[in-house]
Design a protein around this ligand. Structure first.
Ligand SMILES: NC(=O)c1ccc[n+]([C@@H]2O[C@H](COP(=O)([O-])OP(=O)(O)OC[C@H]3O[C@@H](n4cnc5c(N)ncnc54)[C@H](OP(=O)(O)O)[C@@H]3O)[C@@H](O)[C@H]2O)c1
Length: 247
């Protein structure tokens, strides 16, 4: 099959493109640095010529809800319209598990808009709601790090290896549209502060971590809120195994 990966230079997109190629598929890589801008639509029609399925792994770094809604709204509208013109038969969206249980959060506002547009659209779809990735703890700490100190919310997450997310997206993309896919999670619950501390130590990065809810993740996300529900698909790679493989 010929499959386009939007966000193909990113963390999950690059691994998804590799997983599809390992499976013998032809991959069209989409990102601004590769000449295709989903927000303006530049280069999109050419990129989707002859494409059977699209996997959307794009991301926005905006910290404001209006900005994330604008980014994911425009990029998704442009992508779905171009898919309609090109006759694409399957749109696969990487989303975030548990967003329906949380009010607020700027990033989630944009992702909710993205899910709304995909599920109301005319291109047959699969939305894959994944838990936080194994590198999420260190990423969250990096947002606030200053003078060797960073804050991290004491979240309970059942994090998943980026490579496992990519493998599932590749598998889903070559199959039939499924609508909303089961929750996709890693094998075991983790404490985000512990994840951040151990990842930074493994990377030789000295930083003091202070558990705190004073950030983009508030106490409404505490407890079981971010843990997968019944019927979840659990990917095999533990946080410990992923950490041991970090160079
Ligand atoms: N981090 C987590 O724990 C987690 C958990 C569940 C789900 N997710 C979701 O996973 C998705 C992927 O995250 P990630 O960390 O892999 O993202 P990432 O590494 O930040 O990559 C984002 C990609 O989007 C591309 N992009 C950004 N703006 C674009 C535009 N206007 N047009 C075309 N391409 C554009 C970037 O390339 P250019 O800059 O070259 O354009 C890059 O390839 C996100 O939607 C996120 O919500 C994340």
């Amino acid at each position: 099959m010929r499959i386009a990966v939007a966000g193909a230079t990113g963390n999950i997109g690059s691994l998804t493109a590799q997983a599809l190629e390992r499976g013998g598929h032809e991959v069209v890589r989409i990102s601004r640095s590769l000449g295709v801008d989903l927000v303006s639509g530049e280069g999109l029609d050419d990129a989707l010529a002859g494409v059977d399925a699209v996997v959307d792994t794009t991301n926005s770094t905006a910290a404001d809800p209006a900005e994330t809604v604008a980014f994911f709204g425009a990029s998704t509208r442009n992508l779905l319209a171009a898919e309609g013109r090109a006759g694409v038969r399957h749109h696969v969206l990487l989303s975030i598990m548990g967003m329906d249980r949380v009010e607020g959060n700027a990033h989630y506002a944009g992702k909710r808009e993205q899910e709304r547009l995909v599920s109301a659209g005319s291109v047959p779809w699969t939305i894959v709601p994944a838990t936080q990735f194994h590198d999420f703890g260190a990423m969250v700490a990096s947002w606030t790090e200053r003078d060797g100190v960073a804050t991290v919310p004491p979240l309970l997450v059942q994090s998943i290896a980026p490579g496992d997310v990519a493998d599932v997206l590749a598998e889903v993309a070559v199959g039939e549209p499924r609508g909303r896919y089961p929750d996709l999670a890693g094998p075991e619950p983790q404490d985000l502060v512990d994840m951040a501390r151990r990842t930074n130590r493994a990377r030789g990065h000295e930083v003091k971590l202070v558990p705190s809810w004073d950030g983009v993740f508030g106490p409404e996300m505490a407890g079981n809120v971010l843990l997968p529900g019944e019927g979840a698909r659990l990917a095999p790679t533990t946080f410990d195994k992923w950490l041991a493989e970090q160079g």
